[in-house]
Design a protein around this ligand. Sequence first.
Ligand SMILES: Cc1cc2nc3c(=O)[nH]c(=O)nc-3n(C[C@H](O)[C@H](O)[C@H](O)COP(=O)(O)OP(=O)(O)OC[C@H]3O[C@@H](n4cnc5c(N)ncnc54)[C@H](O)[C@@H]3O)c2cc1C
Ligand SMILES: *[C@@H]1O[C@H](CO)[C@@H](O)[C@H](O)[C@H]1NC(C)=O
Ligand SMILES: *[C@@H]1O[C@H](CO)[C@@H](O)[C@H](O)[C@H]1NC(C)=O
Length: 452
Amino acid sequence: MPLTPTEPKKRFSVVVIGGGIGGLAAAIGLRLSGQTVTVIELREKYLGQTGGARQGLNQTANSYTCLYALGLEEPFHKFADNGDHIKMRRYSDGTVIKAIHKKKRYSKLHREDLLRILYERAVEVGVEIITNETFESIEDTQQHVRVQLQSGRTLQPDLVVGADGVHSKVRKSIPSTKDITASPTGDCVFLVNVPKSVMAKQPSTAALYKSGEDPFHFTVGPGRCIVSWTITIRELYHLQICDFQYGDGKAYGLAEKDDSPLVSTFTDMPALRKRWGDFDEAIRTLLDETDVCTKWRIAETPLDMPWCSPTSRIVLIGDAAHTFEPFAGQGASMAIEDATVLSCLIARASQDPSLTLADVATAYESLRRPRVDAIRAMVKANAAIFGLADGEKQAERDRNIGGEGFSVGGEGREEKGAYQGTAKWSTEEAYEFTEGYDAVKEADGYVFGREG
Ligand SMILES: Cc1cc2nc3c(=O)[nH]c(=O)nc-3n(C[C@H](O)[C@H](O)[C@H](O)COP(=O)(O)OP(=O)(O)OC[C@H]3O[C@@H](n4cnc5c(N)ncnc54)[C@H](O)[C@@H]3O)c2cc1C
Ligand SMILES: *[C@@H]1O[C@H](CO)[C@@H](O)[C@H](O)[C@H]1NC(C)=O
Ligand SMILES: *[C@@H]1O[C@H](CO)[C@@H](O)[C@H](O)[C@H]1NC(C)=O
């Protein structure tokens, strides 16, 4: 059933812990289908918070289909830049290797802008949002689930949604996942935002900044790549500078093992400029003009951890359930898909009182796991082909990428875990798989079985 305001036969009360992208999307979906929803969020406020880790987000059709179902079509396009080409550039001289055409448009926006539209919609549909708050403990038994908030309040909902991100404390509250943490993969991404006025100074950088029109560049080099685009509404050019050989940070002058937090402010620009000194003039100029960026060490959770507690009263979504590397721009999209599928399943249970939370939990895991695992495998393959060193393989990639027959092995990445076999990149088939997914349709089409 569509996520439009409905009168449920049975009304669930839900506490969503973590009001990030996934948590707010779930809150909206659940509320639209008639449940009562409270969000518990650590951050002090949503509007007017500056910084936001300088993060831009890639949103493809699979994600914005969900956002439309949540009633966000109009605000989403107010903040996003759209395009249907990806311009792939060569690192050493910035020449465009290929302009890859995509059937479905992609959208790019700033993370804080996506949070803002989700927050405003959640308030509009009647979600209770408690900011500057977290929980002390969760008691999860066959009889009930109880959430003890830091402020002293106790909540006893039917369902707890754990949407508290990569370091999830909800995950740690479930006995079967309490020891699971996200471990650094050795990859690192530096997030740089350059003002439009600075982009205009030089012809090479001015050429990268074209407001709103096909804003996406993708510069590939040995062991590294840069994805970059305009964020027109903020008059910014956003770069995600991805180093697949970051390791312990030796190339950036770190003598010891890097034990900085996953996300931190980075100011050693001379080290960054040195490491990226073999990239083209436009990139070098932008790094010269920048004195601070966000450093994001990439971590991932294991593949096979459970996403629901044994009582089915706690369900994990988004990064809390599955953090993976960002090299297909799909992490937030998976959180939004999780949220949409869960909302639709709960909506069905609220219309059919014979369905239990255990039925919902089984359906949620069996719909979401194969999808998330496949996207993760694609991410591994991406990192392998984006970072090819100059040579025969790289020349072959540059000739064939975007063509129908193009498929890649994940060579050199298998030892890192998940990825085995081959994956296709930028073919119609791969795009259809990633972007043709309709979360509402999947959840509505699920056939509930009754055997244990
Ligand atoms: C460099 C980089 C680039 C990326 N680019 C893209 C991209 O282009 N496209 C894309 O789709 N994805 C991208 N991702 C992935 C994306 O950022 C994440 O997958 C997404 O943010 C996950 O959403 P979430 O809601 O699960 O978690 P988060 O967005 O992390 O939200 C968690 C929320 O929970 C709150 N919280 C945490 N702990 C508690 C607590 N104890 N109590 C209460 N609240 C708590 C936090 O304050 C936060 O608001 C990228 C990731 C990285 C690292
Ligand atoms: C958030 O809570 C802390 C105490 O836990 C308090 O000192 C601070 O003022 C609160 N911030 C806001 C914006 O309410
Ligand atoms: C955005 O997603 C598409 C499809 O997954 C992918 O081809 C593209 O590389 C992604 N862009 C970024 C910036 O990650």
